[in-house]
Design a binder for this molecule. Structure first.
Ligand code: NDP
Ligand code: OXD
Length: 316
């Protein structure tokens, strides 16, 4: 008998929302909420987000693991991963949410909104010099699903956009940089750096002082800006604080942090030049994501291939 059951194993989210969405999409399928796995031999699929330790050991007939987020660092660094495909989220709803967050942050810095907020608090009427979008160079690290979608909207707004990724990429209106050899040239033409990289062995700590010092110094915004919605492990927060203090950075928008929730004692909280959001740039919502996962399972069971399977060697 082929295992068709599903287990949902979620560290900190509301598992019942996901269970309701699975049940709505396929009421015939047996569904378990970890740690309750019933007859574990019947479980073929695990829907997981930061799953607790020990989940996989009991699921001996597992056929695929579905990450409930686009990032899979919560899985690939584990040493207990079963040898089955890991599928990550690629979904229009999640992509749209990320595009909104990135564009909001780019515009916030481009249009000096933090300074106008401070002026409003001081009841000050003072117009700042405003460059055109075409005069501002945005550099996107990670031209994957999310980076490309954000780039398309930023190009549409008129920004001068470049992308940097591991391999060459083509996106309309976006200048391509790729690989370690081209990172320096990419940074040297970047006023607003947007990080949408996955967290892997290669990218951990990449947003450090050495990198920030290579950003353009001749831009129209009075100094470069860092925007990170990839993962907190990409950034060295002590370096970001030092870079802001020293004027190496003029501002930052951070959605992700080395430790989440961001500890109350972090110096980032008190900085007017930093925008902080609580890892909410692109939330996974059960209603939007589960139907696609259930369609994937049905296709797989009918002999088709799974889409968006993680390359374990690359780590994303
Ligand atoms: P993709 O896998 O589609 O894209 C990843 C991109 O990063 C690719 O362009 C890839 O290059 C590039 N990349 C990977 N490793 C390197 C490297 N060593 N050097 C240069 N480029 C590299 O991922 P998504 O766009 O779907 O998502 C990106 C990340 O966004 C997720 O991994 C997750 O961490 C984060 N995220 C955050 C959310 C939030 O709410 N804050 C929500 C959703 C996702 P190549 O094209 O050559 O493969
Ligand atoms: C994700 C996230 O990876 O929410 O999808 O961070």
């Amino acid at each position: 008998m082929t295992a068709r059951g599903i287990v949902i194993a979620i560290g900190e989210w509301n598992a019942h929302e996901w269970a309701d969405a699975v049940h709505a999409a396929d009421p015939s399928r047996r569904l378990w909420l970890w740690p309750d796995v019933g007859d574990a031999a019947d479980i073929g699929y695990a829907l997981v987000w930061r799953p607790p330790a020990g989940v996989f050991a009991r699921l001996r007939n597992l056929r695929a693991v579905f990450s409930l987020g686009a990032g899979v660092d919560h899985l690939v660094f584990r040493d207990d991963l079963p040898d089955v495909p890991i599928v990550r989220v690629v979904d229009a709803d999640l992509t749209q949410r990320m595009v909104e967050w990135v564009v909001l942050q780019v515009l916030m810095h481009h249009r000096r909104q933090r300074t106008y907020d401070a002026q409003q608090r001081a009841r000050q009427w003072h117009e700042l010099e405003q460059p055109a979008a075409r005069e501002v160079r945005v550099g996107i690290m990670g031209m994957g699903v999310l980076g490309r979608a954000a780039a398309a909207v930023l190009v549409g707004l008129g920004f001068d956009v470049a992308g940097w990724s591991r391999r060459p990429s083509t996106a309309p209106g976006v200048r391509d940089f790729h690989g370690a050899a081209e990172l320096g040239a990419f940074l040297a033409r970047t006023d607003i750096l947007v990080s949408l990289l996955p967290l892997t062995r290669e990218t951990r700590g990449i947003l450090n002082m050495g990198l920030l010092r290579q950003l353009a110094r001749d831009g129209k915004l009075g100094g470069p800006v860092l925007i990170n919605a990839g993962r907190g492990g990409l950034q060295v927060e002590a370096d970001i604080v030092a870079a802001l203090h020293a004027g190496v950075l003029a501002g930052a928008s951070l959605d992700v942090f080395e430790t989440e929730p961001l500890p109350a004692e972090s110096p980032l909280w008190g900085r007017e030049d930093v925008v902080i959001t609580p890892h909410c740039a692109a939330a996974s919502t059960a209603v939007a994501l589960v139907p696609g996962m259930m369609r994937q399972i049905a296709t797989f069971e009918a002999g088709g291939a799974l889409a968006n399977v993680v390359d374990r060697g690359a780590g994303y």
